[in-house]
Design a protein around this ligand. Structure first.
Ligand code: SUG
Length: 453
């Protein structure tokens, strides 16, 4: 058996874009979502763009998995809000009386699986199991509808209690606002060795000494990040908490993964990403060193790339994929190639002796127009060989699954969706038929409200 087969690996579980992918302008503070409001979307193209990225990374030898979309429109949530009658009547009255609620209940936002959960690998946790906490996404109504189904899907993927521990989402209130792995990065010299988990929060709910942004909401709280570190049984030596710079939140950096990305021993970030940057990065470097690693920082100065250009291009919402013995591969959206400052910077980096060995560009426009780049679309799970073997095999991406999913998308997805189409009861029927078939394809069992008793 090769050395690679025995090593722990990082698996990227990408969100499969759901059939109701649309532009409803639901995320105040996420400038792309606001700018795309009311545009027509193309769910089929969105799903195909995501699948093309998964396929390319699989072909490059990276371990890839898939996370299923959610049932939308979410009829059960509309019923909770008082809409009654048949499913068609619920949709019709919500569209007539409270369109914003129908739009929220129809979002395909579960596709951004960086927000699905926070995951701690077994090398870091007190009981040697991989720990999962689904994010409560309490900051936005449309996203707060995700955790129950996300929890069910994660449990159907990572079933074996000998290896996997699933926690309940944190209390769903703003004080414990938790956006999952979008604000969590893990560093280690080897995915199977104890590492340092870096939690970035936007504000504190209970301690007024932490400054807050003025314009846009900070979604992740310190208290939420601390609770997750406790739940996952992380040791003090294995965690660092850092506050996001409120000034960049006000410029559209609604998650830390819009201004920094890290993996293995590399941290690629903008100089304005963190408050008290020198102190927290020294702490990170020191803690990683005590775990046998050496932090390599690639810091982008504001005179090289402005925060505005970082947000527009989504440079830091890239996937930083480590390749032992070679420079890291950076997976960026096409918007980076279109931005001269960003593209020149990247060319200079790959031609230097720095940590970036190669850049690959993907067209993810359908997702990007809602503020979701390559990093938003994936949930990273570092797994040892026996843990990887315990993952539900149906969700591991293979050439066969790729072909099946392409065929599935082409048969079930529309190529045009306007917000007004969301009230169409036929769309709900199409979604349920598609998802019923998908759960069989992925071997998930019953995970959706319409499948449950
Ligand atoms: O939560 N957009 C998502 C984008 C999430 C990106 N994730 C990370 N950065 N990890 C959000 O703001 C827009 C939906 C709409 O407007 O229709 C939306 O939910």
């Amino acid at each position: 058996m090769s050395h690679l087969a025995l090593a722990a690996r990082e698996v990227n579980f990408d969100g499969l874009v759901g059939p109701t992918h649309n532009y409803a302008g639901l995320s105040y503070g996420n400038v792309a979502s606001q700018a795309s409001k009311q545009q027509c979307s193309n769910p089929r193209e969105a799903a195909r763009q995501g699948l093309a990225k998964m396929q390319a990374l699989m072909e490059l030898g990276f371990e890839q998995g898939v996370l299923a979309p959610h049932e939308r429109p979410d009829i059960a949530s509309l019923r909770r809000l008082g809409f009654a009658g048949s499913d068609a009547q619920v949709l019709e009255s919500a569209a007539r009386e409270a369109l914003p609620l129908l739009l929220s209940a129809s979002s395909a936002s579960a596709m951004w699986t960086a927000n699905a959960a926070t995951v701690s690998p077994s090398a870091d946790t007190h009981d040697g199991r991989v720990h999962f906490t689904p994010a409560n996404l309490a900051c936005k109504f449309h996203r707060s509808l995700e955790p129950t189904t996300t929890a069910r899907i994660l449990q159907a993927m990572f079933r074996d209690p000998a290896h996997f521990q699933h926690h309940a989402p944190l209390p769903s209130v703003a004080q414990f606002g938790d956006e999952g792995a979008a604000n969590h990065t893990r560093f280690s010299h080897d995915h199977g060795a104890p590492g340092v988990e870096f939690f970035v929060f936007g504000r504190s709910a209970f301690d007024p000494r932490y400054p807050e942004p003025h314009r846009y909401p900070a979604r992740q709280t310190l208290e939420a990040s601390q609770a997750i570190a406790r739940l996952h049984g992380l040791s003090e030596e294995g965690v660092v908490f850092a506050q996001q710079n409120p000034a960049v939140v006000d410029q559209g950096v609604f998650h830390n993964d819009v201004i920094s990305v890290g993996n293995a021993q590399v941290l690629f970030h903008h100089e304005d990403a963190f408050l008290d940057s020198d102190r927290v990065l020294d702490e990170l470097q020191g803690k990683l060193a005590r775990r046998g690693g050496q932090l390599q920082r690639l810091c982008v100065r504001r005179n090289e790339i402005s925060v505005g250009d970082a947000v527009r291009s989504y440079l830091f919402n890239s996937q930083l994929l480590d390749r032992p013995g070679q420079g890291a591969l950076l997976v960026v959206p096409d918007e980076c190639r279109q931005n001269p400052a960003v593209w020149d910077y990247l060319q200079a980096q790959v031609n230097s002796a720095g940590p970036l060995g190669e850049v690959k560009v993907f067209d993810l426009k359908q997702s990007m127009q809602n503020g979701g780049g390559p990093a938003c679309l994936r949930l990273r799970v570092a797994l040892k060989p026996d843990e990887l073997a315990a993952v539900n095999p149906g969700v591991r991406f293979t050439p066969t699954l790729h072909t099946q999913l392409l065929d599935w998308v082409d048969r079930h997805y529309r190529d045009r969706l306007a917000p007004a189409d969301l009230a169409d009861p036929q769309l709900l029927g199409e979604v349920r038929t598609a998802l019923d078939e998908l759960t069989q394809l992925l071997g998930l069992g019953s995970v959706y409200p319409f499948q449950l008793p």
